[in-house]
Write a protein that binds this ligand. Structure first.
Ligand code: ATP
Length: 149
């Protein structure tokens, strides 16, 4: 049985549809949600959302927000989120390089969390963009043979 998923960002309705399962990065750990899941409310970490359906998997990057789970519906209010297809890899690579450079320059301690978050967002975006490109060859699998970075 499928479950309805809505993913909303401050800018747009990013996704609305029915899936077999959705996995998402709760701040207390990765969650896998199927139809009939107990109701819950959780904050979201920086991480990957995977929409599992018969047609294959859709990969999205999310950076913070909240999720409300009801037995027949998952509503994700994301701080930022991008579908794999819309991720600009050059931009993410540039952001990753910038964050790595800033970290290597011994920043003041109060700036480290912000730089680390930028590093995590950009490396996540690169991972999700690559998963999106590789999904046809990985159809139906929840993992890929290559690196998992
Ligand atoms: P950058 O340093 O490249 O601006 P950022 O991590 O500071 O990245 P955010 O503040 O997380 O950017 O996001 C700002 C907006 O830009 C959001 O709408 C987000 O979805 C979008 N965005 C950020 N990076 C990318 C990317 N590589 N591809 C597509 N959209 C992106």
């Amino acid at each position: 049985m499928s479950i309805k998923v809505d993913i909303v960002t401050p800018e747009k309705m990013l996704y609305s549809g029915d899936v077999e399962m959705v996995t998402l990065p709760g701040t207390n750990g990765q969650m896998g949600i199927l139809h009939g899941h107990a109701p819950l409310l959780s904050t979201l970490d920086i991480g990957e959302i995977v929409l599992h359906s018969r047609e294959g998997n859709e990969y999205l990057a999310v950076s913070g927000g909240v999720v409300e789970v009801r037995p027949d519906k998952v509503t994700i209010l994301a701080d930022t989120a991008e579908a794999g297809a819309e991720i600009d890899e050059q931009r993410a690579s540039a952001a990753l390089e910038r964050a790595e450079r800033l970290l290597a320059e011994n920043p003041p301690p109060h700036r480290v969390p912000e730089i680390m978050a930028s590093l995590r967002r950009s490396s996540l975006r690169l991972k999700v963009a690559r998963r999106h490109q590789g999904r046809r060859s990985a159809e139906g699998l929840h993992f890929e043979g290559g690196s998992n970075t």
